[in-house]
Design a protein around this ligand. Structure first.
Ligand SMILES: C[S@@+](CC[C@H](N)C(=O)[O-])C[C@H]1O[C@@H](n2cnc3c(N)ncnc32)[C@H](O)[C@@H]1O
Length: 193
């Protein structure tokens, strides 16, 4: 699913609040969130958007980026998102602490690992953002059901449990200050201290 329109001003404000110049996202799809980051970081900024599937961007995102005049700012990487972030966080790649924003909008079952590598990649004062944190209420329902998922939930149990777990971990994490923005399907915001 594409970024909900209600989240466009949220992402814009967050990026501007931390004076983001470098944004790294996982989950390109329509290219809308990448467009938002590109507009926020400005022409001297950098946006890297990672997706396991590349051709969706060619059809949907690239034309919009060109029309908005931001295509030069955006670098598309076709790869598994978690592997790409771990590669960038490795010492040899030199990108630990080099990002202002890491935004995850993919692979909900692995958000715990994304959270940790995201924290390694952002600078102090930077943001790790995890989209769909309420997962249409299923993350909350997973907790009520004992963390294991939702009966009859159509296969969302593993993702729901992972989203709930990362929200709880972030809330208790002394490395960050967190909040959940109730827009779209919920956005976990973790500010690295
Ligand atoms: C919810 S959509 C992203 C929406 C996008 N932010 C937008 O504004 O349109 C999720 C995307 O994550 C990608 N994806 C799923 N699993 C992935 C993985 N393991 N690594 C990288 N991308 C993945 C899918 O191909 C899909 O394009």
């Amino acid at each position: 699913m594409a970024l909900p329109a209600a989240q466009v001003p949220v992402l814009t404000l967050l990026a501007r609040a931390v004076r983001a110049r470098r944004a790294l996202e996982v989950g390109t799809f329509t290219g809308l969130s990448a467009l938002v980051w590109a507009a926020a970081v400005g022409p001297a900024g950098t946006v890297v958007t990672v997706d396991a599937v590349g051709d969706g961007v060619a059809r949907l995102g690239a034309a919009a980026w060109a029309a908005a005049g931001v295509d030069a700012v955006i670098d598309v990487v076709t790869a598994d998102g978690l592997a790409e972030l771990f590669r960038r966080a490795a010492a040899a790649a030199g990108e630990a602490g080099a990002w202002d924003v890491v935004y995850v909008d993919a692979a909900k079952g692995r958000v715990g690992a994304y959270y940790e590598v995201g924290l390694a990649l952002v600078r102090p004062g930077g943001l790790v953002l995890i989209d769909d944190i309420t997962w249409s209420g299923r993350a909350t329902a997973a907790a009520a059901a004992g963390g294991g998922g939702v009966a009859g939930g159509g296969g969302g149990g593993e993702e729901a449990a992972a989203l709930r777990a990362v929200a709880e971990r972030a809330a208790a994490d002394p490395r960050v200050v967190t909040m959940t923005v109730v827009a779209g399907d919920g956005l976990l915001v973790a500010l690295k201290l």
